[in-house]
Structure formats: structure tokens, C-alpha cells
Design a protein around this ligand. Structure first.
Ligand SMILES: Cc1ncc(COP(=O)(O)O)c(C=O)c1O
Length: 489
């Protein structure tokens, strides 16, 4: 097991090792019944004392993640969240389990709905049902490209992205009052790749990134893979708590801060303009980078006038310390795997170099085929039309929850994005509700995956946009029944 320990950190070594092993177990990266190294082996491998190794196993046992059997060793328990995946026969080869890896956690993989049976109603995936996407505009755009430029199938793209596609995106973003120059932009394979490029380029062992908490779990996974320290920073209804960053600054050298200011994932908070300015001022004062992730802006177009929705932090950035990620998966199509990164100066150059190593550039044909789509004057009106449908749906969902949910289950009063963050009374464990949820026919995301460190276990995230109008009320009814039962028992 490859575990990176930061001996300068103010988190104890015992706690660091415990968290890494716990996250691997929770992510299914270590399977039930797997025998962990003996106390002696762990101590030797990680260069720690026998007492520390022993304490780590005691903490894992205490959390019910492992069971230590005298004379036999410490074994991973079946935690209900890590039921064995028998779809890959190779997992039966014991020798493969002994090959060490560098994957600390993979929450998306462990929650992968692809492995769910098709009759389970999906309240987990944060995307819009395909029937709501402006499909006709995409189809026309793709057909035209196939007819007019079939040669693009046989070529690589620039590492930066296709220049005409970039210009189309610049003009599209202007409609949202977001202004960029071509030399600032880099086309990525989804925002997730932008997060990964940032992590590979700027984060490594010994660095500390402040992450708003709870936090988009895909970002936590990518940062963990860089073996960096993740410092959780709480969010409130106004976004990441800059006052807490200020309090921590004398003791913690932050290299970067990750935030989703518009429709925070999972709480749905929208950061106010003054909080955005405070965060930027903090970053300037302490020489910190900001990784701003913005997949949800378009969804707010009807709900708030653009003058009221604060601009991206990147638009306030005068010294190039914000790296901005723009996603298209939440209001268009996650399956296309395209996104955009905006940065300046030598930060940009280094991210571009990382992109060249990661994949030699995003698919050219895909970019070409979306140029006329992003230039289509009907695009913004059709997003607005989709938002009207979504807004009506959101209201219905909130009314249903208010009607059916036990009042002890709390939801935010205001929530942007496609998701809702529900909080059960402390002491409830939403991970343990998953098997029963599947038995009753729904799936949701347990809140624990949104925490970079020791998780709070009483939350869950649901997404209300990925089901049909017929299925959504059924799913909500099942979910409310399940959660009410959990609260009452
Ligand atoms: C905040 C946030 N960032 C990034 C992503 C990944 O988006 P993409 O599909 O563009 O890679 C998601 C998807 O869930 C998200 O919620």
C-alpha cells in the first residue's frame, strides 16, 4: 500500500494513515476480506513505530471498517458501501490484490450507477435528462460537420484546442458577460480533466490545498491522487468561509483553494460578490492560487438577472491567480466530455504542457462539430426554455419534499444547480441506507463522499433532473419513505 505521509503536517501521522486506508476501503479500492499488512509490515513499509501502526488498526476496527482477529491479522469488513464487485473476474486473482497502487480514493467509481440494475431510479447523477437537452441543435451541427469536413476525423487537434472552436466559445461566453482572449483558453475533456491538470501541475506531496467542505467528490479524488494535503474549509449559504481561511493562515501555508462559487456542489450555495472579492483578496495577500470551477452558471439564467448573479471570480482577477474551469455537462451533455480552462501567463503555459502529456489534445472532430452549435443564435433561448422546465420541476420537488419529508430532515432554503443537499439528524448514517434504497428502487449519493477527511455521515445529495416526469415523483416518494423510516428508527 503506497501511503504518502506528510511529517510536517499538523494532522498526526496516525490520523493521516488511518484516513488514507479508510478512504480506500470506502471507495472499494480495497475489497472486503482483504488482509491488510501485519502491524510489523505496515510499520516497516511506512517507517512508523509499531505503536502507531497498531493504533491505526485500532481506529479502523473502531470505525467498523476492519476486523482484527488475534493470531490471524486485520481484515477489511464488508461495510455495505463496499459490496464485492463480481463483474470483473480478474479480482479473483489474489496475487493481483498484492500489487501496490497509488490510488487513494475514487468516489465516482465506487458510486458508479452503471453497476446499478436498470430498474433503480437514479437520483444520484447530476445531469439533465436527455429529453430536455436541445438535441435538434446538436444533431444539425454534427451532421453538417460530417458532411462538410470529414477530414477532421483523421487529424489531431492543437494541444490548446481547435482555434475556431475556441473563438466560438469566446463569443458564446460573451453572452454570459464572461470575457476571454484566445491565448487564455484551453479545451479540456470535461471539467474533471481541468481539475486533474491543475492537480498534476501544481500540487504534490507537502503542498496544502484548501477545499470548500462539503466538496465535489471528483475534485477530492483528483487532489488525493496528487498526494497533497487537503484542508477542509466549511461553506455556509454564501460559499466558502473566508474568515476561517484568515484564521488558519498564520498556521497553514495554502498553495491553492478550490471552490465552486455558483451552485456549490453539493450544498447549492451561491457565493456573494463581496465573498468573491474577499476570497480574491485573501489569495492575493497570501500568494495563493484559486481553482474556480463553474459548471452551473447557465442554469441560473432565468432565476436571477445576470446583473444580480455575481461574475466569476476570474472576471475580478487582475493578477492571473485564478484558474477558471467552465463545464458544459450540467446544462448540455456530459457524454461529450468537453470543458474549458482559462488561465494566464506561465501558469497557462504549464497547464498546456500538462495537457499535451495527458492526451495530446481533445478530439478535433468533436470540437469542429460543436462550432456551429455554440454559434447558433437559438442556443441561449433553448437553454432558457430548458431552465423554465427545470424551474417548475424544482418547485414541485421542493413542495413534494416539504409535504413528505419528516421535518427533522433539513434542506437548504436556497439551492442552485441540479442537486439538493439533505441533512438527517446527527447519528444517522446515510451510507448504510444505500442497500435498502436499492431494494426499494432508488439510488442517491451518500454525503460521506463529499468530505476530504473524516466524513459527516448524516447527509445525502439528490439530483432531481435526471429522471422523467413520470419517474421523478415515484423516486421522491420512495426516498422520503426511506429517510423517514431512518429518522424514526
Ligand atoms: C462541481 C463540478 N465540477 C466538475 C464536474 C465534472 O464535470 P465534467 O463533466 O465537465 O467533467 C462536476 C460534475 O459532477 C461538478 O459537479
Amino acid at each position: 500500500m503506497k501511503i504518502s505521509i506528510n511529517r510536517q503536517s499538523n494532522v498526526s501521522i496516525r490520523q493521516q494513515i488511518y484516513l488514507e486506508i479508510a478512504q480506500r476501503i470506502r471507495s472499494n479500492l480495497i475489497e472486503p476480506d482483504f488482509k491488510l499488512p501485519s502491524v510489523r509490515e505496515l510499520a516497516k513499509e511506512l517507517d512508523i513505530s509499531l505503536v502507531t501502526a497498531h493504533e491505526v488498526y485500532k481506529m479502523l476496527d473502531h470505525s467498523n471498517l476492519t476486523e482484527s482477529i488475534r493470531g490471524k491479522g486485520t481484515f477489511v469488513r464488508c461495510t455495505k458501501n463496499n459490496t464485492p464487485d463480481n463483474s470483473h473476474p480478474s479480482t479473483t486473482f489474489d496475487w493481483q490484490l498484492s500489487v501496490p497502487d497509488y490510488l487513494p480514493r475514487a468516489s465516482f467509481w465506487s458510486q458508479n450507477t452503471v453497476r446499478l440494475s436498470p430498474n433503480i431510479l437514479d437520483l444520484a447523477s447530476a445531469c439533465v435528462h436527455h429529453s430536455l437537452i436541445p438535441m435538434h441543435l446538436i444533431q444539425t451541427s454534427i451532421r453538417q460537420t460530417l458532411d462538410n469536413s470529414p477530414n477532421t476525423l483523421g487529424q489531431y487537434s492543437n494541444f490548446q484546442g481547435d482555434p475556431d472552436f475556441i473563438l466560438a466559445l469566446i463569443d458564446y461566453l460573451k453572452l454570459l458577460s464572461i470575457n476571454f482572449q484566445p491565448h487564455q483558453l484551453l479545451v479540456t475533456n470535461g471539467t474533471q480533466q481541468g481539475i486533474d491538470l491543475f492537480a498534476r501541475t501544481f500540487l504534490g506531496p507537502g503542498d496544502t490545498i484548501g477545499v470548500e467542505t462539503p466538496c465535489f467528490s471528483g475534485a477530492i479524488d483528483a487532489f488525493r491522487l496528487a498526494h497533497v494535503n487537503l484542508h477542509p474549509i466549511p461553506v455556509d449559504s454564501n460559499g466558502i468561509r473566508v474568515d476561517i481561511l484568515e484564521d488558519l493562515a498564520p498556521y497553514t501555508r495554502f498553495k491553492a483553494i478550490y471552490t465552486v462559487p455558483t451552485g456549490q456542489n453539493p450544498t447549492g450555495a451561491v457565493m456573494s460578490l463581496s465573498r468573491r472579492q474577499d476570497l480574491l483578496n485573501f489569495a492575493r495577500q497570501h500568494n495563493v492560487l484559486i481553482l474556480e470551477d463553474e459548471p452551473h452558471r447557465e442554469l441560473e439564467m432565468n432565476r436571477r438577472k445576470s446583473s444580480i448573479l455575481p461574475p466569476p471570480i476570474k472576471m475580478l482577477d487582475t493578477d492571473g491567480r485564478v484558474i477558471y474551469l467552465k463545464g458544459f455537462s450540467k446544462f448540455l451533455f456530459p457524454g461529450m466530455r468537453l470543458g474549458l480552462l482559462a488561465a494566464d501567463g506561465s501558469l497557462y503555459n504549464r497547464l498546456l504542457a500538462a495537457k499535451s502529456i495527458a492526451d495530446l489534445g481533445s478530439p478535433l472532430w468533436l470540437q469542429k462539430s460543436l462550432i456551429s452549435f455554440f454559434r447558433n443564435p437559438q442556443l441561449i433561448p433553448s437553454i432558457r426554455k430548458m431552465n423554465t422546465v427545470l424551474d417548475t420541476r424544482r418547485k414541485k420537488v421542493l413542495q413534494t419534499l416539504d409535504r413528505l419529508l419528516d421535518p427533522r430532515i433539513i434542506r437548504p432554503q436556497q439551492s442552485a444547480g441540479l442537486h439538493l443537499w439533505l441533512s438527517l439528524p446527527i447519528g444517522t448514517h446515510t451510507d448504510f441506507l444505500i442497500p435498502e434504497a436499492h431494494r426499494r428502487g432508488v439510488h442517491f449519493l451518500p454525503g460521506s463522499i463529499f468530505y476530504p477527511g473524516e466524513p459527516e455521515t448524516n447527509h445525502l445529495r439528490i439530483c432531481w433532473t435526471n429522471l422523467t416526469d413520470e419517474d421523478l415523483p415515484k423516486a421522491l416518494e420512495i426516498l422520503c419513505g426511506l429517510l423517514n423510516d431512518a429518522v424514526n428508527n
